[in-house]
Write a protein that binds this ligand. Structure first.
Ligand code: KG4
Ligand code: ZN
Length: 344
């Protein structure tokens, strides 16, 4: 089976074509292209929805055409189209969904809608499908979500914890904005924090708090951490000279919360594996800590490959193998992008 994935939930116009051998649980990526708009949004300090939608309209078809060319295929070879229909920026989602519907109608292809978070959830499966042992705990940690998911099998999944306020990636982005470091905040804070650590500099400031670290449940809260940083910066007249140290402390707090809560869940549910995905899973310190701790606990660890951590369309095509599928051939008629109220 050959699947075309399309992703436009935020500021990346992405397409990918995968070839699937279900019996062997093997996936081959025939072509994957991501056109990022980061440069455009950086000057605004975050994604501007209308600008993002215009860019998707401009970029998406050329990205799909290039992906087909890279895979050395044309539309007749595609068995189905999988497109992200939410959650995300509604104007961005509409551009991707409308493009997918049009292609589905014009080329008579089956269309499947995919939840973006499911895309992240299944991104570690791209390279490791046949090796993943269940039950597993998945930490899906992006700019919009921080979810702990219990996976009893590939398709039997249950959210056991999530953030009650900001997502971890959002906490990175907001902290970077507070310190005027640019967008997206995660990679910048991570780089500055790592440089501080590598230079073996002395830590002069107290650690930042770890909200909800020792709560009985598996929920997260990052808004208090962000506010704690804000108060520290306000009290410190020389904070601008200490930015790398604050980045180090901030990253350390987020990493500890994410790793400890995930490990606690593996013990409670007696799981065999840990899966980590989403934009924040590109974080070097988080990856290193998961490698260390999973080794200590004798657990299998599947980190999504760096190219599949942040938004991409390969994970959307991958998730289509495990998500609900409409059996109607001309199902494009009923497909639409989901708005906020659809999630309530
Ligand atoms: O999954 P993603 O690309 O988009 C969403 O679905 O939100 O995640 C983007 C988020 C941003 O908040 C970004 O700051 C964060 O992932 N991020 C990182 C790193 N790379 C991206 N956070 C920490 N360290 C990184 N290296
Ligand atoms: Zn994402």
């Amino acid at each position: 089976m050959i699947i075309l994935g399309i992703e436009t939930s935020c500021d990346e116009s992405a397409a990918s074509i995968i070839k699937v051998n279900k019996a062997k649980k093997e996936v081959k990526v025939l072509g994957s292209i991501i056109s990022s708009q980061i440069k455009i949004h950086t000057k605004y300090g975050g994604v501007v929805p209308e600008v993002a939608a215009r860019e998707h309209v401009f970029n998406l078809l050329p990205v799909i055409a290039k992906t087909l060319k890279k895979a050395n295929l044309n539309f007749k070879d595609i068995d189905k189209i999988a497109v992200t229909n939410g959650p995300g920026l509604i104007t961005s989602l509409i551009s991707g969904v409308q493009t997918a519907k049009t292609l589905s109608y014009a080329f008579k292809k089956h269309l499947q809608v995919i939840d973006h978070i499911n895309g992240h959830l299944y991104s570690p499966f791209i390279d490791n499908w046949k090796n993943i042992k269940f039950p597993a705990i998945s930490l899906t940690v992006s700019g919009g979500h921080t979810n702990l998911i219990l996976m009893l099998s590939e398709t039997k999944t249950r959210i056991i914890g999530k953030t009650l306020d900001d997502a971890a990636g959002e906490a990175y982005d907001k902290a970077a904005k507070m310190m005027n470091l640019g967008y997206p905040g995660g990679p910048i804070i991570s780089r500055l924090g790592q440089e501080f650590f590598d230079l073996n500099q002395e830590i002069e400031q107290k650690p930042l708090p770890r909200p909800m670290l020792n709560n009985k449940d598996f929920n997260f809260s990052f808004s208090g951490l962000k506010t704690a940083l804000l108060y520290r910066l306000q009290k410190d007249s020389a904070w601008k000279k200490r930015i790398p140290e604050y980045c180090y402390l901030y990253q350390e707090a987020i990493t500890e919360i994410l790793v400890k809560k995930t490990l606690k869940a593996t013990k409670t549910f007696n799981t065999k594996s840990i899966l980590v995905s989403g934009g924040v899973s590109a974080n070097k310190q988080l990856r290193q800590e998961f490698v260390k701790q999973s080794h200590k606990q004798g657990l299998q660890l599947f980190l999504s490959d760096l190219q599949y951590s942040t938004d991409n369309a390969t994970m959307i095509a991958m998730a289509s193998l495990f998500s609900k599928n409409s059996s109607k051939k001309d199902n494009w008629k009923s497909v639409k992008a989901r708005t906020e109220s659809d999630f309530k």
